[in-house]
Write a protein of this length. Structure first.
Lengths: 484, 346
């Protein structure tokens, strides 16, 4: 229906990015107490490897990943582990196990960290290094980078796309990073090309970031690597949504029931690329990231490089503190960000932006009316859904209709909410319908497993009974003494 | 420090249902003014009855249904219903018929099905259809357009008022001087009586493009519709397909047999074509859902309108065409679910 090389729909939104981009990235002071969450934002918790009282240095492993979907966690400051306990976090669950480290002020690094000879390591060993470093996707989803790279290298990966679209309002940490560390982005792209086995790498950037584009162009010229190219996108929200971005950049639409790596594509955030570059340059695992701290409720908006575990209140303090009565503290952008209940929660790999939003940054309370089926929602949906029909299906709790109208394909971007004249909180409805769907599928899966287990048990019983009968018959024949 | 929590997105455009409805009302202004100019002040009288009646019926229905009245009375949707009905009925209609039609539109057409957002049929067209089948004489009596008969606007206004208050008085024939068949009606009658197309088109009911009066009203509705398109209130799919649904069969048949079929331009600029295409068929509640579905929906309305005008029992067919396609909308929706990103085409 649509030209897959053009972004099909979406919104033109006010960017709100200029204020935080006025000054260069600066470092937030290391916190006196770092609360490093063992769940870095993708819902999977690492297992602690230290105990209260242990001494750690910057880069010491403190949480081990028990499976491919979890990221390893490292100490971001040097000091003593004071507690391992459940604290409020920025995660979906709202809380999680954290390792609280008291800063001893020494800022000593873990011994033995050294640069990675990435161009002489095998791809497998390179992926292992990235896995051990605990690097996760820095675009907000915090999915383990090594898992994606490994999946890509198992299939023949062809095309790596570095996502620098950064389409959501307020967020500009990637823009700042591309301006100031474009060489790291390019280096990270080269390392990930080797790790994934992909042949080419496209850095995709929205065309409203001229400084970042210029910096990337000169970094690419310096690298003189023909496998890397720059691709400009129209500034449309949500141009950076993974599947939509890949469709626009590569012309390939990823089937709904497949991952990008299944069709030879790999998408990584530009910040992740820079984190990989930092690892190969210094050997230091993931201990810090750039966070945009912005909103009308912040004194001096800016992009701050913060250690994981730094309380968000410290970042705000580093940016001039609060002003003019912020009402909502949003982790992420204004379209998909999570409103945090308090500012004591620590920075994780998933926290790309903090908005201290005053009333003027927020919409007034919604006055919800019935759906008038105007179809404006369908016109902006980047997944090609009919949100109004999905809403009816969700209201009726009709599992079959929800599948028909593509509940699973909703990317929760919020575009339908944004335009709805009846001001219906569509995304929130879909989110809870998706949670209910996940529960239902899980229940079905467990019921099927139980059935299978029962069937196996029955089979075993029947087999045992048959064998017993057989043995009995044989014994009786023997007892009668007559050869048959 | 603690903060309020809320679900994303944290910012919305702040569009509202009233904004949509009042834009529609604004876009109806040209049609209203041109109708007053061409056919006398009847449209204003119909509005003066229709709008208060609609608001009263809405308030009554909401009260009976135990719903908060204020947000719905303010949303403007019931005013749009009343305005569309007021502009669709003849300006000479007696007040009690307008009152009846509006009450049927709001109470039966809208609230019997659950109010705003739930009506399967276009409420204004429900009211119109009931009036048309119950009071065919009153519903087809249009004043001749100003400039085609020896009548002053002030005289037209006086007679309109008389008809509005007392109904058609003075016995048969008393109104013949200043009421007449509409162009669509004259075309049907003329063709039925074996007049040639040239003879028919020479009658005073016909203008250079469409009906002598209705071509101006249609032009005004087209202008209002263009405004709605430009403001993004209405998307192009339904109006374009309605107009194509009328124009394509009309042009084809006119080319094959120009003696028996009027040109496409005549069909487009007569009767309720433009009002129907931009304001009536575009009611989203009772229309098909997806853009592709709306193309089928509009094409159905356009072609049924043309069929009724050409071979049906009524001079104009917009109301029945809309109601019939309202019936078909769920079926259209079933077969026009758009392709979801990452899924194979359907």
């Amino acid at each position: 229906m649509f030209d897959r090389r053009e972004f099909p729909s979406g919104l033109q939104l006010v960017p709100h990015k200029a204020a935080a981009l006025e000054r260069a990235i600066f470092e937030a002071p290391a916190p006196t107490l770092a609360t490093v969450a063992l769940e870095q934002g993708n819902g999977r918790e690492a297992r602690p490897t230290v105990s209260a009282g242990d001494r750690v240095r910057v880069g010491t492993l403190i949480g081990r990943a028990m499976d491919e979907g979890t990221v390893a966690v490292h100490a971001s400051i040097a000091g003593i582990v004071r507690a391992i306990e459940v604290r409020e976090t920025a995660s979906r669950a709202g809380q999680g196990l954290c390792i609280v480290i008291e800063n001893d002020g020494s800022d000593q690094n873990e011994p033995g960290l050294e640069m990675v000879e990435w161009d002489s390591l095998s791809p497998e060993m390179l992926v292992d290094r990235i896995r051990a470093a605990g690097i996760a996707g820095l675009g907000g989803a915090a999915f383990p980078t090594a898992a994606k790279l490994a999946a890509a290298s198992r299939r023949p990966a062809t095309h790596l796309v570095l996502n620098g679209a950064e389409c959501e309002p307020w967020i500009c940490c990637d823009d700042a990073l591309m301006r100031e560390r474009a060489a790291d982005v390019v280096l990270g792209g080269q390392v990930m090309l080797r790790a994934s086995g992909a042949a080419r790498c496209t850095i995709a950037v929205e065309d409203d970031k001229p400084e970042a584009i210029a910096a990337l162009e000169s970094a690419l010229a310096a690298a003189a690597d023909p496998r890397l190219e720059l691709r400009l996108l129209g500034a449309t929200y949500p141009a950076g949504a993974e599947r939509q971005l890949l469709a626009v950049v590569t012309g390939t639409e990823i089937p709904h029931d497949a991952y990008p790596t299944d069709v030879g594509l790999l998408c990584q955030n530009v910040g992740t690329a820079a984190a990989v570059a930092s690892l190969v340059r210094t050997g230091m695992p993931a201990t810090r990231r750039v966070v945009t701290v912005t909103g009308s409720g912040v004194g001096r908006p800016g992009n701050v490089e913060a250690r994981y575990g730094t309380p968000i209140a410290d970042l705000v303090a580093a940016c001039g503190g609060y002003r003019s009565d912020p009402r909502r503290l949003i982790a992420g952008g204004s379209m998909t960000g999570r409103a945090l209940p308090c500012d004591a929660v620590p920075v994780t790999q998933a926290v790309n932006c903090i908005i201290a939003a005053t009333a003027e940054d927020l919409s007034p309370p919604r006055r919800e009316m019935p759906c008038i089926r105007c179809g404006d929602c369908a016109g902006v949906c980047p997944a090609g859904l009919l949100p109004q029909s999905l809403l009816r299906a969700a209201g009726a709790d009709d599992a079959e209709l929800l599948e028909t109208f593509g509940l699973a394909d909703c990317i929760e971007c919020g575009c339908c909410d944004y335009v709805c004249p009846s001001q219906i909180p569509l995304t929130a409805r879909f989110r809870s319908a998706r949670a209910a769907r996940a529960l239902r599928l899980d229940e079905q899966r467990r019921a099927a497993e139980a059935r299978e287990r029962y069937a196996r048990h029955e089979r075993r019983l029947a087999e045992a009974a048959a064998a017993e009968r057989e043995a009995f018959e044989a014994a009786r024949r023997r007892a009668r003494g007559g050869p048959e | 420090m603690r903060f309020e929590t809320a679900a994303a997105p944290h910012v919305i455009a702040g569009y509202t249902v009233p904004r949509v409805m009042y834009q529609v009302l604004l876009a109806l202004l040209p049609v209203t003014l041109v109708q007053v100019f061409v056919h006398g002040p009847g449209a204003l009288l119909q509005l003066a009855v229709g709008v208060p009646t609609a608001l009263a019926c809405e308030a009554l229905a909401l009260r009976l249904r135990g719903r908060a009245a204020r947000p719905f009375l303010r949303d403007g949707s019931v005013i749009v219903t009343a305005a569309l009905l007021a502009l669709a009925v003849p300006p000479l209609l007696p007040w009690w018929l307008m009152l009846l039609g509006t009450a049927i539109a709001v109470l039966l057409g809208k609230h019997a099905y659950g109010g705003l957002g739930y009506n399967p049929f276009n409420p204004a067209m429900v009211g119109y259809a009931v009036l048309l089948v119950s009071f065919p004489l009153e519903m087809t009596r249009w004043p001749v357009p100003l400039g085609t008969a020896a009548i002053e606007w002030s005289e037209l206004a006086r007679l309109t008022w008389q008809s509005f208050i007392h109904g058609p008085v003075g016995g048969p024939g008393a109104w013949d001087a200043y009421t007449g068949a509409t162009a669509l009606d004259a075309l049907r009658t003329g063709l039925g009586q074996r007049y040639t197309m040239e003879e028919i088109l020479a009658q005073q009911a016909f203008g250079s493009l469409g009906g002598a009066g209705s071509q101006w009203i249609n032009a005004a509705a087209l202008a209002g519709g263009a405004y709605l398109l430009a403001r993004g209130i209405v998307r192009w799919h339904i109006p374009a397909s309605v107009l194509a649904g009328i124009a394509l069969p009309a042009a084809t048949m006119h080319a094959l047999d120009p003696g028996a079929h009027a040109a496409a331009s005549f069909q487009l600029f007569s009767g309720a074509t433009m009002l129907g295409a931009f304001f009536i068929a575009t009611d989203p509640v009772s229309a098909a859902t997806s853009d592709r579905g709306r193309l089928f929906y509009g094409a159905g309305i356009g072609s049924i309108t043309w069929l009724i005008r050409t071979w049906g029992g009524y001079p104009d067919g917009v109301a029945f065409a809309v109601l019939l396609m309202n019936l078909a909308a769920p079926l259209i929706d079933r077969y026009t679910v758009p392709r979801i990103h990452g899924h194979a085409g359907r």
